[in-house]
Each structure stands twice: as C-alpha cells, then as structure tokens.
Write a protein that binds this ligand. Sequence first.
Ligand code: HEM
Length: 453
Amino acid sequence: MQQFNALPGPRGLPLVGNAPQLQRNPLAFMRSTHAQYGHLVRLSLAGTPVVCAYAPEHVLYCLTEHPRDFTSLQSQQRSNMREVLGEGLLTTEGEIHRQQRRLVQPAFHRQRIDQYADVMVRYTEQMLETWQPGQELELASAMQHLTLRIIVHTLFSVEELSQANQLSEAFTAVIGRPPQGLGRPRVLSRFSAQTRDFNRGKKTLDDFVYGLIQQRRATGGDRGDILDMLLTAQEEGQGMSDSQVHDQVMTLVAAGHETTQNSLCWTFYLLAQHPEIRQKLLLELHTVLVGHTPTVADLARLPYLEWVMNESWRVLPPVWRMGRRAIHDFTLGDYHLPAGTIVLLSQWVTHNDTEIWHDPQEFRPERWDPIQGEKVPRGAYFPFGLGPRICIGMPFAQMETKLLLATILQRYTPEPVPDHPIELLPSVTLRPKHGMRVTLNPTSIQEQMIKSV
Ligand code: HEM
C-alpha cells in the first residue's frame, strides 16, 4: 500500500500548490491531469491534500459504498450561504441530513411530481405565446424565467403572474446572484446595489414563506404543492419546524433552477450542432404527439427524447464536479490516504473517459439504446450524483426537461446566432458564459420529414 505522496500528479507552486491551475481553467486542467496521470491524481490546494478520483469504482467507493466516511464539500463550501439556505439538505451532514432527507423525500415521489406536468407544459405554452418566428432572444434568461415560474408554482401554488414574477425576482437576487459580501468582508459590499437587492429579496422571500407557512398551518388542507408535503411530513410523530420548512424551500429553489435551466440551454445548443439528431427527435415527437402538447403519460412513448437528454447530461453535465472530504484515513485503489483529504469527482472527466465510452466526444443519443447501445460500468455516469445524497429533484428535473424540450421544439427550433460566442463557464454548474443568443426558427415538421427521407 502506497502513501499520498506516491500518487502521480502535476507539480504545484510553493504555498498555493495547484490552486492557480485549477482556478484558471478547471475544465481543461482536470481533463489534462486525467490524460497525463491516469485515474488517481494528486493535487495540493494551499497545503490541503487533494485526490482527483476519475474511475467509476472510485466514484462508487465515495458515493455509494462509504458515503458516511466523507462529508460533502459542497455543504462546507456553501457554509457562507447558510444565511440563505439555513439547515437545508445541501448544507447539513450526518444524522441531521438523513432525517431531513427522509422528511423531504415524499414530496418527490413519482406519483406526486407527475401532478406537476400540466403546470410545466402550461407555463411553457404561455411563454411560447410571447415568442415570434424569426425573433432573436437570450435563451438562458428565457429558460431561467420559465424554470423559476414552474418551481414557484409547484412549491407554493402561486398562479398570479405578478406575484410569481415578484417571487422569481426575489429568488434571483438572493440565490442567483449572492452578494459579493458572501465570502468577502461584509464591510466592502454592505452598501453595494447588489447587497441592497439581496437584502430586499431575502426579506420578500422570508415574509412570503413564513407568512404562507403560518396561513397553511392555520387552515390545513392539501393543495398538492411541495409546501403542503413539507408541512405534513412526519417522522415518529415529529414534523419540521417553520424554519426547517423555510430552509428546505430555499434549498430546493437554489439546487433546482440553475441546473435545469442550463440543461435546457445546452440541449438546444447540442441539437443545433447536430441537425440530423434534431430531425430524428422531431420525427419522434411528431409521430407520437401528432402536434399535441405532451403529457406525462406520453413520456414513456418518447424513448429518443430520453436518450437525447441522457446524452446531453453526459456531454455537458450541469454539475461537472463534486467534492468530498474524508473523515478518517481511507484506501482508494493502491493508496492509503489521510483523514482530511479532499476527493474530487468529476462528471466532466469520467463521462468523457475513452476507456469507458466509445468516442466520448461525440454527441450520440443512440448509445443509450438499452438493446444496441453501450454498456458502461456503474459509477461511469452520475449527472445527478449517486448514493444517499443523490439529487432529490432528479425525477422532477427529468420530467421537466423532457416536457419543456418537447413542447418548445414542436413550435420552434432555436438556432444560436452565428457570431455570438459560446463558452463554458464552470461555476457550481456549467453555464454558457455569455448567455446564449438564438434565433427562433419556426419548426416545420413537413420540411423536417422530407429532409430525413
Ligand atoms: C438537470 C437538473 C439537475 C441536475 C443535473 C442536478 C444535479 C445534482 C447533483 C449532482 C447533486 C448531488 C450533489 C452531491 O452529492 O454533492 C444534487 C443534489 C441536490 N439536488 Fe439536484 N440536480 C438537478 C435538478 C434539481 C432539481 C429540479 C431540484 C429540486 C427541485 C434539485 C434539488 C437537489 C437537492 C435538494 C440536492 C441535495 C440533496 C442532498 O444532499 O440530500 N436538483 N443535484
């Protein structure tokens, strides 16, 4: 058994180690370490031992086989987000996390979320009514607005447009653009416009969420939204306190909207790069839906749509890396590693590994065909994480992205504007750095069908 220092890895600078390389261009840096040093790579970040663990068996070791031996780095890094997310699922660990997870889980059972399909399609159609053929628009903002409206409705049953917009704006100010003061000395940014928006947004949300909780506790009943599920969730006769419900609500919006928004943007982008795949998808939509808006029951009859989404999450995973910190000494492959080591897992690297995937650079939905497609080991594909911290919103996101894509594509095929730069910005999620300007071309099924014959 070898020790941490025997692991292969790039040289770092004195004191800061590999931090500058990782910060400058993390996507290229992580892939290059994999190409050069293999599946286990040693890094040092300002003295903290870090190991990049790229093989599927390493992913399984940390996420599904020994999850209790690690804490989530995300929960620690976000510790200054505690002001917003409080004691929600993203920011808690150990028994508190497990208990909260059991209480929140029923809100995301398949039957429960199937009820949100109508809302998802209805709001998408309302958005499409405002779109014009040939119009140019910024797709990332349009998808953000739509996914926020949907989550605000499914959480609180807010129908009225002005109230939904007000809440969406407040969420964007608080979660989408946290003030620079988070992580910087407060005094520097206390008076900035961003901090003012943040404080105002936080007050709007706190007043609204706590007000609604009190009202619901007083009146009872079940309107079928997530808030009601959280309020009635019980374990051994014990439910969640008002502040716990509040924190879970904030966490669900924080974890849910940017990931889904980016997924949709990248999928439209990939489809525009591969017109033959888009035609195949349009043909499936046309054959199965015959021009109708999709329902949740239709999704089972749209396998190609599912393969397209799976492939989009493989090629451009919205969450592109995850971190864990070891609580005890542990063994990974042939190495004995000390407590405190940070383990970096990366969907961006593992989903692109040529030892696992055939031509991984290619966007090829057919690889997801259960009969003729590729067989990859468990742990090779983890866009939603794995194990006890797997994305709780996964069924919600899978349904939402498929319904929105099918509804929009039947009317419009967004084409990126040729001279608009498309660049990846690896923040918590993989975003389009300069947004995504597209032209809204009307979808002509006949034309697509003729082309494909
Ligand atoms: C395509 C969309 C999405 C992707 C790719 C995604 C990805 C992920 C990943 C990778 C994790 C695990 C992080 C870790 O283990 O460190 C996670 C956790 C989480 N996600 Fe998602 N997510 C998506 C959508 C959503 C939605 C729509 C919601 C809520 C409505 C949501 C709520 C959460 C929550 C609360 C957690 C923390 C779970 C826990 O720690 O127990 N996500 N997500």
